[in-house]
Design a protein around this ligand. Structure first.
Ligand code: ADP
Ligand code: MG
Length: 229
C-alpha cells in the first residue's frame, strides 16, 4: 500500500497511508470508531479506489498459485436470514470458486468442509437452515465458509464482535495456527488489544492527525506494540 489517500466525496478518510504486508503473518488494525479502519481494508481489497497512491497485490501465493483473498465484512451476523440453504450447503459453496460451479466436489473437498465446520463448532448444526441460526451461529457459518474456500489471505473486519470469550479465544488460536502452520496471512480489524498482543505479529493503530481537520487520520505502527498517540 503506497501513499494512498481515500476520500468519500470531499471528505478525506485516509491520508497518506503506506504499508507493506508480508506473509505469512497476522496484522491487527485498531483505532477508534470512524478512524478509517474499514476504509483501509476496502481500499486494500480494491473495493474503494484511492484518489492518490496505489495498492499492489502479489499475483501469486508463496506456493506459486494464483493468490486468493477472503473478505469478511463488518456486521455479517445480520446477513440475509432468508437464505434458503443449510449450513452445510452454504459452507460447501465456498469450495466452488476454485474450479467452477459444474465441478463435482471430491472427497478432499468434503473433508475440507467438515474440518471448516468443526473448527468453528458448527458441525453439529450443519443440517440447520441458515435462517434458523442465532446471530453468533450465522457469523460462525460465514467464517466456516471462508475457511472452506482456503484463501491465502484473510481480510477480516471486526470478526470477533459478538463472540463470547471462549469462542473468541478459539478463533484467535485458529487464525494463529493458520498463519504459523499453513502459511496464511491475516489482516484483521479488532477491538481486542490483549488477544492482539498475544497473537499478532504486528499491530497498526489508526489515529487522528493532529494537524488535520476532524475525520482525517494517519497510520502509526511498530513491530512490537500498539502505539497510542
Ligand atoms: P472505522 O471502520 O474505523 O469505524 P470507517 O472506515 O468506516 O471507520 O469510516 C471512516 C470515516 O469515513 C468515518 O468518518 C465515516 O463516517 C466515513 N465514511 C465511511 N463510509 C462512508 C461513506 N460510504 N460515505 C461517506 N462517508 C463515509
Ligand atoms: Mg469499521
Amino acid at each position: 500500500i503506497e501513499n494512498i489517500n481515500v476520500s468519500y466525496q470531499q471528505t478525506l478518510a485516509l491520508d497518506n497511508i503506506t504499508l507493506n504486508l508480508k506473509g505469512p503473518s497476522i496484522t491487527g488494525i485498531m483505532g477508534p470508531n470512524g478512524a478509517g479502519k474499514s476504509t483501509l481494508i476496502k481500499a486494500t481489497l480494491g473495493i474503494l479506489k484511492p484518489k492518490h497512491g496505489k495498492v499492489i497485490i502479489a499475483e501469486k501465493s508463496i506456493k506459486g498459485k494464483k493468490l486468493r483473498m477472503a473478505y469478511l465484512p463488518q456486521q455479517i451476523a445480520s446477513f440475509n436470514a432468508g437464505f434458503p440453504s443449510t449450513v452445510y450447503e452454504f459452507v460447501k459453496s465456498g469450495r466452488y470458486p476454485r474450479q467452477g460451479w459444474f465441478r463435482r466436489l471430491t472427497a478432499h473437498d468434503e473433508e475440507h468442509v467438515r474440518i471448516s465446520l468443526e473448527s468453528v463448532g458448527m458441525w453439529e448444526h450443519r443440517e440447520k437452515r441458515l435462517g434458523a441460526l442465532s446471530g453468533g451461529q450465522k457469523q460462525r457459518a460465514v467464517i466456516a465458509r471462508m475457511f472452506a474456500s482456503d484463501p491465502d489471505i484473510f481480510i477480516l473486519d471486526e470478526p470477533t464482535t459478538g463472540m463470547d470469550v471462549g469462542t473468541k479465544d478459539a478463533f484467535y488460536q485458529l487464525m494463529h495456527h493458520s498463519a504459523k502452520k499453513h502459511g496464511k496471512s491475516v489482516l484483521m480489524i479488532t477491538h481486542d488489544p490483549d488477544e492482539l498482543n498475544k497473537y499478532a505479529d504486528r499491530n497498526i493503530h489508526l489515529v487522528r492527525d493532529q494537524q488535520s481537520p476532524w475525520r482525517c487520520f494517519n497510520v502509526h505502527e511498530t513491530d512490537e506494540e500498539v502505539v497510542h498517540v
